[in-house]
Write a protein that binds this ligand. Structure first.
Ligand SMILES: [Zn+2]
Length: 506
């Protein structure tokens, strides 16, 4: 049986199962203990009326406003001024509260050319409304708010806060903190939780208790770890604090532009982030009196399937990726060929990316504008499918020149290597490796089941990647389906597996 049809159906199913469902923005009349995006967005209109870079009068006015809002909710607000007098963080808690506990964090400054409704007006709106909702009937002793300054200048406020915290507490007696940081690279779409700090087993348990419906996968975490981008969260993580980092990533073409306005910030997205921050803060506040020192724990692999967060230890994913290679029994010739083709593919992708540099030079908006034109998701998906199709077609044309046969083997080996090396990023490839190995051994029906599982895991990865990456990255993305779609090419068609031509009779 040809596995391409069930695979394509499974990818569609995987996307459909994980299609982001955004909550409706709760109205201003919602119960006071509930997070309401409508309420959160009221003060934001003034905060994001104009850019508020560090030190500007607009920034000073926003700090006054934030301070007043937190005071009204029952917090005692302290201004933490950096030693050079340039930065002002706001630190808020119940009067006399100890330092340990849950910290809601966002940054107050914007870049000079953007009004920063999402970056990081979203964070300011979410943090103040969540703090208010949780503090109905009194601010919990473990709840803190930290509004940092100078994030856009190099995470300066967060660094100043951590330095001040170090100076005021001894090395051994540092209080345990859990940070809920809210950032934005886009202005709409689902909430993404793209990195964690601390023991992931415990973090994921609280995550499930909180009912947070944000998109979360260990793949995003591992991609983010290698990107040069940073948020204040990086500073907190390095200080040894636990936590979750949230962001909106869709609508990324408005990031750091004059279009980052309150009108372009989606109320449903604000509600999605706000519900998660409020729910997680409550879940962790219930874990009194502190969460102790980080315990050594292997990396967790997690992904969303049908709205539920599924997790596994990293070693289990490594084992699952390596086992089917025993079935595959690759010959040395295949391994050498796999290496050669991996090099050729890497070189081709490198060339494709460099080919875009001159294009971006003559068309300055190139990197982000096509993303705008291709919005929303279905068009992203279509563009990606076309790109993959073209790449796949080109490789099929090249097949007669392949040094070895067995695309199946090459794809499976490549996918297995990725999944064993980086289980948190490569988990979605594992069912594909099984499908390829089973097919190589002639277990066609079981291979189809593997293909279905592969599609369900890969679908949401493609969806998230389309939203999260700009068009510049599409050639890189094409590698992922290529690694897994390899077995879809009929086995007999590969050069090495072709039956030898029968000698003609006399
Ligand atoms: Zn930001």
């Amino acid at each position: 049986m040809d596995t391409r049809v069930p695979l394509a159906a499974a990818v569609v199913l995987g996307v459909a199962l994980n299609w982001p469902r955004l909550p409706d923005a709760a109205p201003a009349s919602a119960p006071p203990e509930r997070f309401s995006a409508t309420r959160a967005l009221v003060p934001l209109a003034a905060w994001a009326a104009e850019p508020r870079p560090t030190g500007s009068p607009a920034h000073a006015a926003v700090l006054d406003d934030l301070s007043a809002a937190l005071t009204t909710s029952g917090f005692e607000v302290r201004r933490e001024v950096s030693p050079d007098g340039r930065l002002v963080n706001l630190v808020a808690a119940a009067p006399g509260a100890p330092v340990g506990g849950v910290w809601l964090t966002a940054h107050s400054d914007s870049v000079p050319r953007a009004p920063g409704a999402a970056d990081d007006g979203l964070g300011l709106a979410v943090v103040t409304e969540a703090a208010r909702a949780i503090s109905v009937g009194g601010v919990p002793a473990g709840l803190h708010v930290l509004v940092t300054d100078g994030e856009e200048l190099g995470l300066l406020g967060a660094k100043a806060h951590v330095a001040a915290d170090r100076a005021s507490s001894g090395e051994g007696e540092r209080a345990s903190r859990l940070v809920l940081n809210v950032e934005a690279r886009g202005t709409e779409g689902p909430a993404y939780m793209f990195q964690t700090a601390g023991p992931e087993g415990e973090l994921l348990q609280a995550w499930r208790e909180s009912g947070c419906g944000a998109q979360a996968t260990s793949l995003a975490h591992s991609i983010y770890a290698v990107l040069p981008n940073d948020t204040d969260f990086t500073v907190f993580r390095r200080a040894g604090w636990w936590g979750y980092d949230f962001a909106l990533i869709d609508g990324a073409w408005r990031y750091h532009t004059p279009e980052d306005t309150p009108a372009n910030l989606s109320p449903a997205s604000v509600q999605a982030v706000g519900d998660c921050v409020t729910g997680l803060a409550r879940a962790w506040l219930g874990r009194e009196p502190g969460f102790g020192a980080p315990k050594p724990e292997g990396a967790r692999v997690y992904a969303q399937v049908g709205g539920a967060t599924v997790e596994a230890p990293g070693w289990a994913v490594r084992l699952a990726a390596a086992l089917p290679l025993l079935l595959l029994r690759p010959s040395r010739r295949v391994l050498v060929g796999a290496g050669a083709w991996a090099l050729a593919l890497t070189a081709a992708m490198g060339l494709a990316i460099f080919a875009m540099v001159p294009l971006a030079a003559v068309w300055p908006g190139f990197a982000t504008r096509p993303a705008e034109a291709l919005h929303p998701y279905p068009l992203f998906g279509l563009a990606l499918a076309l790109g993959v199709g073209c790449a796949g077609g080109a490789l099929r044309l090249l097949r007669p020149f392949s040094p070895v046969g067995g695309w199946l083997d090459l794809a499976a080996i490549g996918a297995a290597v990725v999944a064993v090396a980086l289980p948190a990023a490569g988990y979605a490839l594992v069912p594909g490796v099984w499908a390829a190995a089973l097919r190589a051994r002639g277990y066609e029906r079981m291979a189809v089941a593997g293909a279905l599982a592969a599609g369900v895991l890969i679908g949401p990865v493609l969806l998230g990647a389309c939203v999260g990456l700009t068009s510049r990255m599409l050639p890189v993305l094409a590698l992922l389906p290529l690694l897994t779609l390899g077995w879809g090419i009929p086995r007999g068609a590969a050069i090495g597996n072709q039956p030898r031509p029968q000698p003609r009779g006399p």
